[in-house]
Design a protein around this ligand. Structure first.
Ligand code: ADP
Ligand code: MG
Length: 849
């Protein structure tokens, strides 16, 4: 079919007009299959909107799509791939000096910004599939917007999507043109399962194969597209389909990112026979396969999500949202009326989330933060995010990068190590490990470890004695590292070609081991690509242990005692080493997993440390000189005397202490003040009067700011306590120390006399009686006075230069309270006559005026 019939050509003129002159912002919304990804770059090129020598770059969420789109467009233009049209993805670059249209993925552009801050040769940047809200799409768009507002006013930005919430993006990009094209869409009949399937008992591929066979039998026409979460499930589905008679005459093809290029091409190309394509969600919106009229949706996808246990992102298989499922269904109605069969019930449909959570809200940001900082955004909190990430996620990323030595202590600058790490398109942990391995000559081992720590543990836990024995025989004794044990297990499994039966005997998860093998190859390729030498053999010695430390610098632990498995972790955390760990002797460890587990009836959380490796404390200095400090600290000995010790610390974790030296008076005072504030030591002479004195100062300051008295804050109180403790070296010495002189020295003589005058501790009554004034934080000051002493007092008692009335508690001769008032005139007139009558009888000897 001539591409010019595609719906996107309805808006060709509008697009050309909107993009004319450059430096524009355009949002383009059109259904999947209407020609956005393949045609828009060509329109731009053919209408001269990309000046000679410049390029149009299209950011894609998926590598597979980037490659296939480039292939397709090159074909349409009858040019060789890599000439006019090319692609660049994480591990592959198919572009040349003459390439004008480039499909790219992931962090390619952000990385390029580090070396080329203006993206000089790009004229138009296209953000495809923006509705998927991939992390790199979000961030690259924000950076591009900044760039357009500053160094590159001529850069044109186009945001494309099938289901975009156009208004939100348009607002973000304001001023911005919004173009929409209607797609042609045939009706799709929806079918659900009648009963829910227990996926623990019946794997999704079994359900899918049966459903597909049923559909093939009922619907004589059209190719079938089956959605599965990943390569493994696709493989199993194809196996199951091969056994279905209904699928016997069909060509069954997989489609996912790990396939050889030839197979990827085959899946999207026309075929003589009826086709069944079993695909990941790459076929959801990124790719259109001609001829599909039937869709079987497994309802699952592999989703990247931060795994707090491992401190990295992990791919989880999750239920897709209703929005995703609708996109998948739409694939059946492209060329004719179609059918979509969902492998869940209608009732379960209602329980699915409406939309997916944006990636920025769920993944680790360490790599992104490093790229942003290196690319000219030191303050990531001020970054103009389309949707801001959780600030805790930003904190976590910055802390990790500092720990890995990729950022300076202040977190503001990328270090030379950090810049080198950026070259590796992997999580900063692994970049750091591989870099360290280069120096120690154990790159191959680190590539394997990176693979093994990214997948779930391939050694089954709680195995029986026979497996235990086999393991010991085959894997040998290991005391240095749980990771070494994993490596040996993987080598064994690999040597037996991941044979399921053999693996079972050793308690090894065969498919996990196989999967780790593929990752291992990837990490080797990345290391080789960055010019690191891959030694011929795997190494298991202390060089490797050092590199593990480099990558997990934030998970260093110290055993708290010899008897238990309790540990202290750097950054003020605690945890318990897993019982199964082979690392039993070393007081210092680095762990690759920190896992919070419920314990004790589910109320407490225990922190379980696993995949441990013994380390020497000197290595911390070797690798992280800046984080190891020698300091004198003070503490109490058993008799609560202050003693000094010199210690070495890795961040806040103590590595070594030597008692000795004389504590400085100020350090001792601070330590003693802590005890006082915590209530573990009482200053006997810090009495009510002292507290009242402080209240008087603060009250007077409030009533008469013009007197210029200082405020006494909580911090000042703390300083007072330290001053009281100064010179003492034990809790015992502190107890009886003088308090009042130290506290009162806060005011000079002039201030003290102002205080005594305007906020006195006592008031003198006309008859000469001195009564105590009580000050409080919130209520007015008050006195308690017997009636006889009040004779001659004017209408009220006032202090603070007459600005503050004192509340009077009027007492009978026996000190019983009679009334509370601050207005004596009313008291004398209204209450007093009654009170007097009654009291005079009782106390005739007293004076009654
Ligand atoms: P959109 O990005 O709007 O979803 P595309 O530009 O990807 O649309 O595709 C437009 C049309 O081009 C599709 O409907 C399909 O018919 C055709 N097409 C795209 N890629 C291929 C391919 N590799 N092989 C055959 N046809 C293709
Ligand atoms: Mg597209």
């Amino acid at each position: 079919m001539d591409p010019r019939h595609l719906p996107i050509y309805e808006i060709e003129d509008d697009l050309v007009q909107a993009a004319h002159g450059g430096g524009r912002r355009i949002v383009l919304q059109a259904p999947t299959g209407s020609g956005k990804s393949t045609q828009v770059p060509q329109m731009l090129l053919d209408h001269g909107l990309v000046p000679p020598g410049k390029t149009v770059v299209i950011l894609q969420p998926r590598r597979l799509a980037a490659r296939l789109l480039a292939v397709r467009v090159a074909e349409e233009r009858r040019v060789a791939l890599g000439d006019e049209v090319g692609y660049q993805i994480r591990f592959e670059n198919r572009t040349g000096p003459g390439t004008r249209v480039i499909y790219v993925t992931e962090g390619i552009l952000l990385r390029r910004l580090v070396s080329d801050p203006t993206l000089a040769d790009i004229a138009v940047l296209v953000f495809d599939e923006f509705h998927e809200r991939h992390l790199f799409g979000d961030i690259t768009l924000a950076r591009a917007l900044q760039l357009q507002q500053t160094l590159r006013p001529d850069l044109t930005l186009i945001v494309m999507s099938a289901t975009l919430d156009g208004a939100a993006v348009q607002k973000y990009l304001e001023p911005c043109a919004l173009l929409q094209a209607e797609g042609r869409m045939f009706p799709v009949r929806m079918e659900y399962l009648a009963k829910p399937v227990d996926s623990d008992r019946t794997p999704i591929w079994v359900t899918a194969a049966a459903a597909t066979a049923d559909l093939l039998a009922r619907e004589p026409q059209g190719d079938v597209l089956v959605f599965m979460p990943g390569a493994y499930e696709i493989h199993r589905t194809i196996q199951a389909l091969a056994a279905e008679p209904a699928a016997r005459h069909c060509a069954i093809m997989p489609l996912h990112g790990e396939l050889p290029v030839r197979d990827q091409d085959a899946a999207v190309s026309p075929c003589e026979r009826r086709k069944i394509i079993v695909s990941t969600n790459v076929a959801e919106t990124s790719l259109t396969i001609a001829g599909v009229r039937l869709v079987v949706d497994g309802g699952l996808a592999r989703v990247a999500r931060f795994d707090p246990y491992r401190g990295i992102d992990t791919l989880w298989i999750e239920k897709i949202s209703r929005a995703s499922a609708d996109q998948r269904a739409g694939r059946a109605g492209r060329t004719a009326p179609g059918v979509c069969l969902r492998l869940w019930t209608e009732r379960e449909q209602a329980e699915r989330p409406l939309r997916d959570m944006a990636e920025i809200k769920r993944v680790d940001l360490a790599e992104t933060v490093l790229m942003l900082k290196a690319g000219g955004c030191p303050d990531v909190r001020a970054f103009p995010w389309f949707e801001a990430p959780d600030s805790r996620a930003l904190d976590r990323a910055e802390t990790l990068l500092k720990d890995l030595n990729a950022l300076n202590e202040a977190g503001t600058e990328v270090t030379p190590t950090g810049l080198r790490m950026l070259a590796f398109p992997v999580h900063p942990r692994y970049a750091r490990m591989l870099l360290a391995a280069e120096g120690y000559g154990c790159v191959r081992s680190m590539a394997l470890i990176a693979a093994l720590t990214q997948e779930r543990n391939l050694l089954l836990k709680r195995v029986d004695a026979m497996v235990e024995e086999q393991r010991e025989r085959r894997l040998g004794d290991e005391e240095q590292s749980d990771v070494f044990l994993l490596m040996r297990a993987w080598v064994e499994a690999s040597a037996h070609d991941f044979d399921v039966e053999y693996c079972r005997r050793l308690g090894i998860h065969a498919s996990t081991a196989r999967q780790a093998g593929r990752l291992y190859e990837t990490f080797c390729r990345i290391a080789g690509g960055e010019g690191l030498t891959l030694e011929p053999d795997l190494i298991l010695d202390d060089r490797v242990r050092r590199c593990l430390l480099a990558g997990f610098a934030d998970q260093v632990a110290r055993r708290l005692d010899g008897g238990t498995l309790r540990c202290e972790l750097v950054h003020g955390r605690r945890g318990v080493l897993e019982r199964a760990s082979v690392v039993r002797k070393s007081p210092f460890l680095v762990v690759a997993e920190v896992r919070e587990v419920e314990s004790g009836g589910g109320r407490d959380m225990d922190v379980l440390l696993s995949l441990a490796t013994a380390i020497e404390p000197e290595w911390l200095e070797e690798l992280f000189a800046g984080a190891v400090r020698e300091e004198q600290r003070v503490r109490f000995d058993d008799s609560r005397r202050v003693v000094a010790e010199r210690g070495r610390y890795y961040h806040d974790m103590v590595l070594e202490v030597k008692r000795g030296g004389v504590p400085s008076e100020s350090d001792a005072a601070r330590l003693l003040a802590d005890e006082v504030q915590a209530g573990r030591c009482t200053l006997k002479l810090w009495n009510e009067e002292v507290d009242q004195w402080i209240l008087r100062v603060n009250s007077l300051r409030r009533w008469c700011p013009d007197l210029g008295l200082p405020e006494i804050t909580a911090a000042d109180r703390r300083l007072m306590i330290e001053a009281i403790c100064l010179g003492a070296m034990s809790v015992k010495e502190v107890k009886d120390r003088a308090v009042s002189p130290v506290v009162k020295s806060w005011l000079d003589g002039r201030q003290q006399s102002l205080l005594d005058k305007h906020a006195p501790d006592r008031l003198v009554m006309p008859g000469g009686k001195r009564v105590k004034v009580t000050y409080t934080e919130a209520a007015p000051p008050s006195v308690a006075v017997r009636i006889q002493d009040l004779y001659g007092v004017p209408d009220s008692l006032r202090i603070a230069m007459g600005r503050q009335t004192v509340v009077i508690q009027v007492l009978a001769p026996n000190f019983r309270p009679v009334q509370v008032t601050s207005d004596l005139t009313t008291f004398w007139k209204e209450s007093y006559p009654k009170v007097k009558k009654e009291l005079q009888r009782k106390y005739p000897k007293h004076e009654w005026r």
